[in-house]
Design a protein around this ligand. Structure first.
Ligand code: SF4
Ligand code: SF4
Length: 131
């Protein structure tokens, strides 16, 4: 069965006028408003990072007791457990981290903290290793 839909010239024209009018009113409404965005990266200091943002991970090695819970919950295999003079300790490869925050939540000694730092980039992968 063939269905054909036709629009009259007036219907199309009315739609376009409505669209243009609503666009113009939106334009006028916003023309003198303060800019809602920042020029990143030039204005990086003005970037608002909300409370609870999960950015670059910090590790306080001296607080760690080597329980390996962080390793067990990490869904992206970011954490490797190494053994040093103090026992088992995690090493984080941030190139793999999804910033889910599960390691921070489960750590019994608050040795892990996800900061507000949102720029986690490097040309050298070694810079993304946190020990
Ligand atoms: S934040 Fe998530 S992905 Fe990153 S190390 Fe912790 S558990 Fe793994
Ligand atoms: S969960 Fe905390 S205390 Fe346990 S190994 Fe990880 S960082 Fe160390």
């Amino acid at each position: 069965m063939e269905i054909s839909i036709t629009f009259s010239y007036n219907t199309v024209f009315d739609c376009e006028v409505d669209d243009i009018m609503s666009m113009l009113s939106e334009l006028l409404r916003n023309l003198f408003k303060k800019r809602a965005t920042v020029l990143y990266p030039e204005e990086r200091d003005k970037v608002h990072v909300p409370e609870g943002y999960r950015g670059k991970l910090e590790f306080y090695r001296e607080k760690c007791i080597g329980c390996t819970l962080c390793y067990q919950v990490c869904p992206s295999y970011t954490i490797e457990i190494v053994v040093d003079e103090k026992g088992k300790r995690p090493v984080f490869n941030l190139a793999r981290c999804t910033y889910c925050g599960q390691c921070e939540d489960i750590c019994p000694t608050k040795s892990i903290h996800l900061t507000k730092q949102f720029e986690v980039i490097s040309l050298d992968k070694k810079d993304l290793v946190v020990k």
